[in-house]
Write a protein that binds this ligand. Structure first.
Ligand code: COA
Length: 388
């Protein structure tokens, strides 16, 4: 009797699979550095907390830094802000596309669709080169805010509010959403949110953007891949899920039983854990303070009390710290974003990093194509359908 033929993985020592690509260094970047052991995040070498500690920082300044490699002088920041503002208004065709979507569309599905549609209206939408990608990066970064605000209003049966190119990005974003001039504290809180989420090393959605770029596909396709990747619960949608959980708990006294129940069922508690930060996520620390101040200002500290209890239980029972999505969820809630929009606000910030990574990849590209350890059978043969 013939011996069973070994599969490739039985025949030789099975190669070591880096499941989830943990620990694999798949690209070089000079944009941001995620320091897990040091619990720090740096943009071009600058710790992100320094932006938050300064009253003068803004999203535009961080985008300039990521895209140009240095902080802008005042006149450079002024013209950069004006350029971004110029790109913020939406062409009527894009607004029509948003109107045509079912109002029940998830905002992230809407954004994924519109990222792709934006490429169709760019006469050079298939372009791949770094020089021609910069205007597209401006358009994507500026218009994500406008697209999100337009869908927010159209979904409620309201007319979209046109962008005001003279305003700062965070201020115009809130104004286009809510239809009134936002208070200074709210603008500052949104700016802080947009600053803290702008880039984060080779996170899953950025990796997806770089993989798409690696095939010499265009920036709209890369961003569409990234939005689709951010949409998952283990990545960007954790902020939506975290807020749903906080509201579902409803009372600080219920937090321990609620979280204990999730852990007993081996479920993930959203807004906790991280692939790289095992001690603390520096962005979570910044958001804790911002959320506390906003909740106190709004005269409702209940969410903070619930959040603090959930955090305590997770540290006691699992020694797992919270991540960026936990306390930032409360910030977005106080800013008046509906919960199912939370991940789109994440995308409105991360678009700065995605586009920067796409262009960095374009400048020094090689197809990204890892291998798989095949574990299926070998030496099978095709049997015609009538003989199976
Ligand atoms: N709740 C409960 N347990 C968690 C957890 C969480 N949020 N995050 C990690 N763990 C546990 C896992 O169950 C696993 O335990 P085990 O070894 O007993 O099986 C261990 O910690 C390692 O988790 P794992 O999922 O393998 O880590 P990872 O590096 O692959 O995943 C995340 C990282 C972020 C995907 C993961 O922590 C997670 O799912 N968090 C919730 C979603 C979230 O907040 N995402 C936003 C990230 S910024």
């Amino acid at each position: 009797m013939s011996q069973p033929i070994p599969t490739p993985s039985e025949a030789k020592e099975a190669p070591k699979v880096a499941k989830g690509l943990e620990g694999v260094i798949a690209a070089q970047t000079s944009l941001s550095h995620v320091d897990g052991p040091g619990s720090q995040l740096y943009y071009r070498g600058i710790p992100v907390r320094e932006f938050i500690e300064s009253e003068s920082s803004s999203f535009e300044e961080v985008v300039y830094l990521l895209w140009n490699g240095r902080l802008p002088k005042q006149n450079e920041l002024d013209s950069f802000r004006a350029e971004l503002g110029k790109h913020r208004p939406l062409r009527p065709e894009l607004i029509q596309h948003i109107r045509n979507l079912p109002k029940t569309s998830h905002p992230m599905a809407m954004l994924r669709t519109l990222s792709s549609v934006m490429g169709i209206y760019d006469p050079d939408g298939d372009g791949y080169h770094p020089e021609t990608s910069w205007p597209k990066a401006f358009a994507l970064t500026a218009q994500f805010a406008s697209v999100i605000a337009a869908f927010f209003r159209i979904r409620q049966g309201l007319e979209p509010i046109p962008a005001d190119p003279d305003l700062a990005h965070a201020e115009d974003f809130l104004r286009m959403m809510h239809g009134r001039t936002p208070e200074r504290e709210m603008v500052r809180a949104l700016d802080a949110y947009l600053i803290l989420l702008a880039d984060h090393g080779l996170n899953a959605s950025t990796f997806a953007a770089r993989v798409t770029t690696g095939t010499q596909s265009d920036i709209y396709s890369a961003v569409t891949s990234a939005v689709g990747t951010l949409k998952g619960d283990l990545h960007g949608s954790a902020n939506q899920r975290a807020m749903e959980m906080i509201l579902d708990i409803g009372d600080p006294a219920r937090a321990e039983t609620y979280v204990g129940g999730l852990l007993d069922q081996k479920k993930k508690v959203m807004g906790f854990g991280h692939r790289i930060y095992k001690l603390a996520d520096p962005r979570a620390e910044a958001f804790r303070e911002i959320a506390r101040k906003l909740c106190e200002r709004a005269g409702n500290t209940r969410w903070m009390e619930i959040s603090n209890r959930v955090e305590k239980v997770m540290l006691e029972k699992k020694q797992i710290p919270c991540n960026v999505d936990f306390f930032s969820a409360s910030v977005l809630y106080v800013l008046g974003f509906p919960i199912d929009f939370f991940t789109t606000i994440f995308a409105a910030s991360r678009i700065a990093g995605w586009t920067a990574h796409v262009i960095e990849q374009q400048k020094d590209n090689r197809l990204i194509r890892p291998s798989a350890d095949y574990t299926g059978p070998m030496n099978q043969h095709y049997t015609p359908i009538g003989k199976r």
